[in-house]
Structure formats: C-alpha cells, structure tokens
Design a protein around this ligand. Structure first.
Ligand code: SF4
Length: 119
C-alpha cells in the first residue's frame, strides 16, 4: 500500500512500519523508544524513487543529522545490518552504505574461509 505525506511524497506501508521511530517496540527492540527519529518525518528516512540529485542529498543529510544525535544509533545500525534491511537510512547509514558494508563483510568472511582451508 502506498500513501503520500503532506508534501505529496510517496511512502510505502513497509517503510512506515520499519522506521525505527514507528510502531510498538517489543522485547529486544525496546531501544526504539529512545529513537531520535520518533515523531520525525518518515519520508526523510525512506526517500521516494523519484527523488534524486540535490533533493535526495538534502534529505539524506537531514536524516543523517538526526541519526548523529541519536542515543541508539549503533543498535539501530546493527539491527538494520543483521536484518539486511533493503530500504531506508538506519543508524546513520543509507541503504547503499549498508549494502557496501554487507558486501565487504562477505568478502572478508570468504577470504578468511579460504585462508583457513589452505592452512
Ligand atoms: S539511528 Fe537514526 S534511524 Fe536509527 S533510531 Fe536513531 S534516529 Fe532513528
């Protein structure tokens, strides 16, 4: 399901649900109650496909500034990495930065396995 925010930007239902400052935190995700993005515009963290260039960069910087001041940034980043979250800025990382980290992590694991097999 898609909807639009007050500026007409399209936001998916998944983005609304998966934003750290949204939904009801349970158990091990209680850190979400301390999220600096609670009440922030979710569209900052999940940019619509059509937003590119300077407009996208501006939104990304705005979201990252909120993350920079967030007391649960590392928990948020690690949870997004562990879940291989494909969308959104989480823990100060864009989806592209998260994908790059995951790829680098996979390369390191493969290299380690290769070294151990050769030993
Ligand atoms: S690190 Fe950013 S996305 Fe994660 S909870 Fe904090 S403000 Fe929200």
């Amino acid at each position: 399901m898609m909807s639009a925010d007050t500026l007409g930007r399209t936001i998916t239902a998944r983005a609304r649900f998966s934003a750290p400052g949204r939904g009801t935190p349970t158990g091990h995700e209680a850190w979400r109650e301390q999220a600096a993005c609670l009440g922030a515009d979710v569209a900052l963290f999940f940019h619509p496909e059509a937003v590119r260039g300077a407009a996208r960069s501006g939104r990304t910087l705005e979201a990252k500034a909120i993350c920079d001041a967030c007391p649960v940034r590392l928990a948020c980043r690690d949870q997004a990495r562990a879940a291989r979250e494909p969308y959104g800025i989480r823990g100060g990382e864009t989806e592209e930065e998260r994908k790059a980290w995951l790829k680098a992590q996979a390369r390191r694991a493969a290299a380690k396995a290769k070294r151990e097999a050769a030993a």
